[in-house]
Design a protein around this ligand. Structure first.
Ligand code: CAO
Length: 415
């Protein structure tokens, strides 16, 4: 089976998480991703949060599958020439260095276009144009500045960041969409273009429903928030604990074993059309005839009592039993699954969402495979490259250097 992006060559100037997530997905779609790393050092994540001494960290290996690694310093004379040649022969360049870093290497967008007018040049930055455009940004900064932290957390608690890497991986995935659109556009026009994605913008996009609520707030209290009807609303969207954020109330309730198991919980949504089945399942047939409970409007001011009653029932069962009972009744619900449970889940292994990979230095490790499934182009997850593993191969076959030129570049410290 052919891969969707076979024949597309990516000049990968990414590091840490946001950019590498993007190029890893492109690699899984079949692109030839050539990751450029600083000679002798490489992507800083190779050495961060190491679990095994002197071996590429899981941080690196789980973000750089299916890529080729080339060590190259474009700030040296030979490195500059090699880099220009790579720009000429690649289709897409992706980078997420601090603002201006690629320009300082001698490759502003104008120069890149001059070298290769078909080049698609994609960047992640922390912020778009504006007062913060020159700032360096990491994940949690993006979560805080993109609206996620102010709307996440306990009702009366601190702003809270989430473990989902919506700033880094979230932006990387946005960038994939931009690159694919630009590739399609290039098919029609023959021209490349710039693709830019700011982490603040990507997080805000993912928090779209909260900007919806900000505008609703001007017209009265947000009735699905736990602050309604007894708490207070200010003039900005508040934190809402585990409230659903959608049109149907939901909450996390305890299940059997919660005293000792931090993940013995389940999220239950009291979707209107499934509410009669849910009420019967928890032993509250009486609610169905009682006007105090039978309609969503009547229940709205006392959702805490609704979920307390649901919890009385869920606490008599483990979370999987609750799932088994409620799902056939069409009650939307989901157990809180730990990373340990997810890692062991056979169905995720079967779909290639969790994959075991063999690495020459660390042995076997687990990674998350491509979550985007293409019927004719399934992703084959391959281990991440060692630092500079493909330098000579790429310099020979892609850049067209001979042995003498490679040796000279090595002498200069360019590779
Ligand atoms: N050879 C030689 N030098 C290289 C090189 C190579 N192959 N690759 C990178 N460099 C140099 C750059 O040229 C830059 O040098 P100058 O600043 O002197 O021009 C330098 O390495 C460091 O780049 P940086 O400033 O991007 O790195 P940092 O660790 O200080 O900052 C980060 C990291 C992520 C905060 C910053 O890159 C950033 O804000 N990126 C944009 C937003 C982003 O993607 N953030 C998410 C990161 S994932 O959590």
């Amino acid at each position: 089976m052919s891969k969707a992006l076979t024949g597309v060559r990516i000049l990968d100037m990414t590091h840490v998480q946001s950019g590498p997530t993007c190029t890893q997905i492109l690699a899984w779609f079949g692109a030839d991703v050539i990751k450029i790393e600083r000679p002798g050092a490489g992507d800083a994540t190779r050495g961060q949060l190491r679990d095994i001494p002197d071996v590429d960290s899981l941080y690196f290996t789980m973000l750089n599958a299916n890529k080729r690694s080339v060590t190259l310093n474009p700030k040296t004379e030979a490195g500059n020439r090699i880099f220009a040649k790579l720009i000429e022969v690649c289709d897409v360049m992706v980078e997420n260095f601090a603002p201006g870093a690629i320009d300082r290497m001698g490759f502003p967008w104008e120069k890149i276009q001059e070298i290769n007018p078909r080049m698609i040049y994609a960047s992640v930055k922390g912020f778009g144009a504006g007062p913060f455009q020159d700032c360096k940004v990491y994940e949690n900064v993006a979560q805080c500045t993109g609206g996620s932290a102010s709307t996440t957390g306990e009702v009366d608690g601190f702003p809270m960041v989430t473990g989902a890497q919506i700033g880094d991986s979230g932006t990387g995935i946005h960038l994939v969409a931009g690159i694919l659109a630009a590739l399609l556009h290039r098919e029609r026009t023959g021209k490349g273009q710039r693709v830019e994605c700011a982490m603040q913008d990507a997080v805000l996009n993912l928090c779209r429903v909260k900007l919806r609520d900000q505008q609703r707030l001007a017209h009265g209290p947000l009735t699905e928030y736990p602050q309604y009807p007894n708490g207070k609303f200010g003039d900005a969207v508040p934190r809402a604990g585990n409230a659903s954020g959608g049109g149907h109330p939901g909450w996390i309730v305890r299940c059997k074993g919660w005293e000792n198991d931090p993940d013995a919980y389940i999220y239950v949504i009291t979707q209107t059309q499934a509410f009669p089945q849910l009420a019967k399942a928890i032993g509250h047939d009486d609610w169905l005839e009682d006007p105090e409970w039978s309609t969503p409007e009547a229940r709205l001011p006392k959702l805490d009592r609704v979920f307390a009653e649901i919890e009385k029932w869920t606490m008599t069962k483990d979370k999987m039993e609750v799932m088994d009972i409620l799902n056939p009744l069409n009650v939307p619900c989901g157990p809180i699954l730990s990373m340990k449970e997810l890692a062991a889940e056979p169905s995720l292994r079967e779909t290639g969402t969790i994959v075991e990979v063999e690495h020459p230095e660390r042995g076997k490790y687990l990674t998350v495979g491509n979550p985007i499934k293409l019927s004719d182009s399934p992703a084959d997850v391959e281990r991440s490259p060692l630092l500079g593993e493909h330098t000579e191969e790429v310099l020979r076959s892609v850049v067209g250097l001979d042995e003498k030129e490679i040796a000279a570049a090595r002498e200069q410290g360019a590779i």
